[in-house]
Design a protein around this ligand. Structure first.
Ligand code: GDP
Length: 215
């Protein structure tokens, strides 16, 4: 008989459950949460689909910034993947931006189940002030987060290396240590296993070693 040891997480179940506009209305779920955020058009929907191995789990929107809801996905009945609305969409009105600000601050600072925020950064463009500001805000508030550099279809290219290094260097102007970061592509699935391994470990830590085989 052949035994195959799989290191990491197999996603057997991934389903959209619900959307909320108000963090107070979010369910009192016992599952830990892993939340995804980034500027509109950063490739968030595509990466969520790639990580979960589903083509259209998170709808790839053609109108960036349109949805302002907190979207929940149940993964393996083991943790919730939470898709947060994007920031930095130029066409948003001040009222929309204030609403976003309120929603995100409330969710990130007060959501008990939140284990990690995954901040998505486009590896094809130079560091953006809005991304740096968001990192610094999370750092100041002791929010555990990881960085997922997106759209790295050519991970070893000069463009990706320069942009990611420049981003890290900008962070090091304010911080002495960098958060864990991963280079990813939703097109080639590059980085997928490493990100899933990280999530798997974080979820396992949450459950403190119980029921290890069910993910
Ligand atoms: P969202 O607004 O952050 O959810 O971004 P989407 O997932 O809708 O993607 C925005 C655009 O970037 C779309 O045109 C995608 O096809 C494209 N995109 C997303 N991920 C990748 C990637 O890994 N590589 C490339 N080349 N394009 C991507």
């Amino acid at each position: 008989m052949l035994f195959i040891y799989f290191h990491g997480m197999i996603i057997k179940y991934a389903e959209y459950t619900a959307s909320y506009v108000d963090v107070k209305k979010c369910p009192e779920a016992k599952l830990p949460e892993f939340s995804f955020i980034g500027r509109s058009n950063v490739g968030k929907s595509s990466l969520i689909n790639s990580l979960c191995g589903r083509k259209a789990l998170s709808k790839v929107s053609k109108t960036p910034g349109k949805t302002q809801t907190i979207n929940f996905f149940d993964i393996n009945h083991r943790f919730n993947l939470v898709d947060l609305p994007g920031y930095g969409f130029a066409k948003k009105s001040k009222t929309q931006r204030d609403q976003w600000d309120n929603m995100i601050r409330n969710y990130i600072l007060h959501r008990e189940q939140l284990r990690y925020v995954a901040l998505l950064i486009d590896a094809r463009i130079p560091p953006q002030q809005s991304d740096l500001d968001f990192c610094n805000w999370m750092g100041k508030n002791n929010v555990p987060f990881i960085i997922l550099f997106t759209k790295s279809d050519k991970p070893g290219s000069r463009e990706v290396i320069t942009n990611t290094q420049n981003f890290n260097n900008r962070l090091l102007e304010n911080w002495t240590a960098l958060p864990p970061s991963f280079i990813t592509s939703a097109v080639s699935n590059y980085g997928r296993e490493s990100v899933l391994d990280f999530i798997h470990q974080a979820v396992e830590e949450y459950y403190q070693g119980g029921d290890r085989l069910s993910l």
